[in-house]
Ligand binder design. Structure first.
Ligand SMILES: Nc1nc2c(c(=O)[nH]1)N[C@H]1C(S)=C(S)[C@@H](COP(=O)(O)O)O[C@H]1N2
Ligand SMILES: [Mo]
Length: 231
């Protein structure tokens, strides 16, 4: 059916490329993952605070109460599941990936928000380029050194401003905020941003993590107030 022809395949055909050339496949994969979405919608300043949130200037600490002590030398990130390059990153391997600086707002489900956090680390897109998810991968499960887990759909993990963070405001990320390495996914409630990141599994279906099994929403969009699951 003509409607099923992917626009990029039509373009490729016009350029004399085969529809399944490597470039076309890569571009299609990124399109499915939202590669060219900014992940940040421009809003008027008065609309910057999601519904039900209030602004704080400090940065509260929230976790399960067990803050694991992991030095950069001890830290490892295991990447498993539906990826073409399963691997274990150590500190040096993470530093060898392209480094990005990203500013974003925090929105915690407990109703505090904090504007203009300056993060440094590896964007999830650069990370995804390295591990190369298989086409069947639709979700990730993050596992942390304290046993915490949380799930994300791959397009949410792959937004342009999601970042595997090693520094905040120019300083190494402190232990209480998830150092040496945490995730930050700014367009979702902060419980999705795993501290003390230790493992990422690429999965063929979305599975519930710790809070998601305990009554919280599977996705957690603050603009839609996706705080709790329906049942
Ligand atoms: N490993 C781990 N990550 C975690 C948590 C946790 O308990 N363990 N709590 C989550 C929750 S509920 C929030 S609100 C944020 C808090 O991050 P902060 O302490 O840096 O503000 O971390 C998230 N990531
Ligand atoms: Mo939270």
């Amino acid at each position: 059916m003509a409607d099923d022809i992917h626009p990029e395949d039509q373009q490729a055909a016009q350029n004399g490329q085969s529809a399944d050339s490597k470039l076309t496949l890569t571009k299609r994969k990124w399109a499915e993952a939202g590669k060219f979405l900014t992940g940040r919608i421009t809003r008027p300043e008065t609309d910057r605070l999601p519904p039900g949130q209030h602004l704080v200037k400090n940065w509260p600490v929230l976790d399960l109460g067990q803050q694991p002590r992991v030095s950069p030398a001890q830290w490892k990130l295991d990447v498993r599941g539906l990826v073409n390059h399963p691997m274990t990153f150590d500190w040096a391997a993470l530093q060898a990936l392209p480094q990005s600086e990203i500013r974003s707002d925090i929105h915690c489900v407990t109703t505090w928000s904090r504007y203009d956090n300056n993060w440094k680390g590896v964007s999830t897109r650069d990370f995804l380029d390295a591990v190369d998810p298989k086409p069947e991968a639709v979700a990730v499960m993050l596992t942390s050194y304290d046993g915490y887990t949380t799930n994300l759909l791959l397009p949410d993990f792959a937004v342009a401003d999601a970042i595997i963070v090693t520094a905040w405001e120019g300083k190494p990320l402190t232990e209480e905020h998830g150092g040496p390495v945490r995730l930050v996914v700014p367009h979702l409630y902060f419980w999705k941003s795993a501290k003390w990141l230790h493992r990422i599994d690429f999965l063929d279906r979305d599975q519930a993590g710790f809070w998601e099994k305990n009554g919280y929403h599977m996705r957690g969009d603050p603009w839609a107030e996706e705080r709790y699951s329906d049942d």
